[in-house]
Design a protein around this ligand. Structure first.
Ligand code: NAD
Ligand code: IPM
Ligand code: MN
Length: 358
């Protein structure tokens, strides 16, 4: 039976990398005899907002619920629509309404890419950030008081629930138990944030009792960011709250050369709702329209989506094709400028699709 995929390109380079993601997905589908039925949507973009006064149509939940997965580009164009409106009106709604409580973000130094960290080789950086994706610092609970006066006050609460923490920890521990090193790192800030973060640590300790084979470390987020740069080889599975996970999942990929290669999977593990696959990066207004955005983040998302849909071999073939093209280096392969090459979004997308076909 065909898998029904909702494709939402969004804004800026989202519209440029999406066709390359689909090109490679289609090449993989053809090679492995997978049937994909892709439907395109123009909502969840700032142009849609300017035309309709909202980011999504009223029936978006029912429309998207009927798909097996959502393939997403990037959203946001602050000059047209303030970010908190465009993001809370789209991506952040999807994550919550579809209970995509896991945001899985692999971070791997690929062959052929030079890390900005001295002397780091492929193999030295190879970990997953598991980000809590529906609560925490993103809880949108709070308000403004005494507005317009000198005594204006703004408050935004962090909401952490036992169920919310335990389910993301369980996922991270399960992932760690499938990885060769069996190691898990938890990011908190329990010395400064005195209620929610110690609670998270307490839940980590409780969960660790069920996984005696996993080595567990806990770092405060400040020194953890330093260790990402100094000792990226220490990490295997890093689990973090919504905000800390967001920050770590830009820092990690930057250590692997460019955030342009980083994918993410917003997963509803129970499969009650569709999961959403999107690159870690945003709409990049500074390079949008130039055709030079790196499409690998989007393409790798296609691999994660196929794995989620049960096609592990096809998923691996996409990652192999990415690695094959990257390994050729900027002299031989049409790598984009963030990879020190002179290729374009399209030529790099085509090269990866061809590597997959051959
Ligand atoms: P960004 O990720 O869009 O860009 C940061 C920097 O990285 C820019 O210099 C950009 O050129 C570069 N970059 C990003 N992706 C690249 C790629 N594929 N190839 C080469 N270079 C790339 O982050 P930002 O500037 O903070 O945000 C821009 C807009 O995107 C904002 O509206 C923001 O809210 C939104 N955003 C959306 C998402 C998402 O949809 N998931 C994620 C992050 C930011
Ligand atoms: C990401 C993005 C989003 C986030 C923004 C655009 C709301 O940075 O997916 O990492 O913070 O989750
Ligand atoms: Mn982010």
């Amino acid at each position: 039976m065909a898998h029904r995929i909702a494709a939402i390109a969004g804004d800026g380079i989202g519209t440029e990398v999406m066709p390359e993601g689909l090109r490679v997905l289609e090449a993989a589908a053809k090679r492995f005899g997978i049937e994909l039925e892709v439907e395109h949507f123009d909502f969840a973009s700032c142009d849609y907002y300017l035309e309709h006064g909202q980011m999504l149509p009223d029936d978006w939940f029912d429309t998207l619920s009927s798909f097996d997965a959502i393939f997403f580009g990037a959203v946001g164009w602050p000059e047209k629509v303030p970010d908190h409106i465009s993001l809370w009106g789209s991506l952040l709604q999807f994550r919550r309404a579809f209970d995509q409580y896991i945001n899985l973000r692999p971070c791997r130094l690929m062959p052929g890419i030079k890390s900005p960290l001295a002397d780091r080789q492929p193999g030295d950086i190879d970990f997953y950030v598991v980000r809590e994706n529906t609560e925490g610092e993103y809880s949108s609970v709070g308000g403004k008081m005494f507005e317009g006066t000198e005594r204006e006050v703004v408050i935004q609460d962090t909401v952490m629930t036992r169920v919310g923490i335990d389910r993301v920890l369980k996922y991270a521990f399960e992932l760690a138990s499938k990885r060769p090193r069996h190691s898990l790192t938890s990011a908190t800030k329990s010395n400064g944030i005195s209620i929610t973060m110690p609670y998270w640590d307490e839940r980590v300790k409780a969960m660790a009792k069920h996984y005696p084979d996993i080595t567990v470390d806990q770092f405060h987020i400040d020194i953890l960011t330093a260790n990402f740069v100094l000792h990226p080889d220490w990490f295997d599975v890093v689990v973090a709250s919504n905000l800390f996970g967001d920050i770590l999942s830009d820092l990690g990929p930057a250590c692997t050369g460019t955030i342009g290669v980083a994918p993410s999977a917003n997963i509803n593990p129970e499969g009650k709702y569709p999961s959403l696959f999107e690159p870690v990066h945003g709409s990049a207004p500074d390079i949008a329209g130039k055709g030079i955005a790196n499409p690998i983040g989007q393409i790798w998302c296609g691999a994660m989506m196929l794995e989620h849909l049960g096609h592990e071999e096809a998923s691996k073939a996409i990652v192999n094709a990415i690695e094959h093209v990257l390994a050729a280096g900027p002299e031989q392969a049409p790598l984009t400028p963030d990879l020190k090459g002179q290729g374009t979004t399209q030529t790099l997308g085509k090269a990866i699709a061809e590597a997959l076909e051959s």
